[in-house]
Design a protein around this ligand. Structure first.
Ligand code: ADP
Ligand code: MG
Length: 296
């Protein structure tokens, strides 16, 4: 049977906005020495905005680029997709949804728009190009990398037709949370993201996180957790997306963003943070340690 102290702590957690699903999770937190944070939507607000849109093919214009992009992103639940359809609407653009579409986790979307195959997403979609990447695209990418913006590419009929720059600000309490965790003797703090290494490193540096893994597919986030566990780490993983779900399940403690996180992530996690407040994680650790000490 569950000790009274644990039940009390679960109740106290709920009051704080930390929804702990079971006694086991509460006890596990006290043993955690390693924390892995997802980036997008976890350390960042997950409310990205379109900063720029650039046409890379002379036959195209911004309006057509938005139309094609939105016709695929209109199906996606991803934060970036929402940013793109919102920007399209703001620019007075209307679009017809693609006739066929598919989500490619950790990469983007693919589908058929007016009978033509279209890919939208990160640099991995460039694998579908039949030509060399135009020089303007390389130059633009460099500028966006340097300014910390995520680059989204649009490939239409095997050609790169345009690029979109996305910015997603860091959560206000993220740096304070990382520092608080270090104070609580958790020195091993890492970041794992599907986003590119430039954006990842820039954000990690600002958050004083030294260990960064970028361009990860969902399976690779899972493997990272497994690897660390094999070498004896007790891992707490924090995430919000479908792409985090396998890693959240595998981690000794999985923590999901309870407000903006996807249902799959919340289900996979042991703990949900009701208002997405990552600064509740140090509090959860404290609560867990106190509880375990009481039981001993
Ligand atoms: P994270 O691990 O940081 O939460 P995701 O795995 O959700 O990020 O996404 C990784 C990357 O894949 C994004 O940065 C983006 O480049 C690309 N991506 C994923 N979904 C989409 C989409 N619907 N449209 C465009 N790009 C996408
Ligand atoms: Mg995420």
């Amino acid at each position: 049977s569950t000790p009274t102290a644990v039940m009390t702590a679960v109740g106290r957690g709920a009051q704080l906005g930390i929804l702990i699903k079971g006694a086991q999770a509460l006890e596990s937190i006290s043993k955690v020495k390693t924390i892995i944070f997802d980036k997008t939507g976890t350390l960042t607000k997950g409310e990205p905005e379109v900063i720029d849109i650039v046409v890379t093919d002379s036959e195209w214009n911004q309006k057509r680029l938005y139309e094609v992009a939105a016709s695929l992103e209109g199906f996606s639940e991803h934060h970036i997709a929402k940013a793109i359809t919102k920007a399209a609407t703001k620019n007075g653009i209307t679009w017809e949804l693609a006739s066929e579409w598919e989500t490619v986790a950790g990469i983007g979307m693919e589908g058929t728009v007016n009978g033509v195959k279209v890919f939208i997403g990160n640099e991995k979609v460039l694998e579908h190009l039949q030509e060399e990447i135009p020089k303007t695209a390389i130059d633009t990418r460099k500028i966006w990398d340097d300014t910390g913006h995520t680059t989204i590419y649009i490939v239409h009929k095997d050609k790169l037709v345009g690029m979109i720059a996305i910015d997603d600000p860091i959560r206000e309490n993220a740096l304070a949370t990382v520092r608080e965790l270090r104070k609580a003797k958790i020195q091993d703090i890492r970041m794992a993201t599907g986003d590119n290494e430039y954006v990842a490193k820039r954000i990690a540096t600002r958050l004083e996180i030294g260990n960064v893994y970028a361009s990860l597919l969902p399976g690779q986030k899972l493997d990272l957790v497994k690897e660390l566990q094999k070498s004896g780490h007790k891992v707490l993983m924090v995430g919000d997306g479908i792409n985090d779900a396998p890693a959240l399940m595998q981690a000794d403690v999985g923590v999901a963003m309870g407000k903006t996180g996807t249902d799959v992530a919340i289900e996979a996690a042991d703990i949900a943070l009701l208002s997405d407040s990552i600064d509740k994680i140090p509090q959860a650790i404290q609560l867990s340690k106190r509880t375990v000490n009481t039981i001993k």
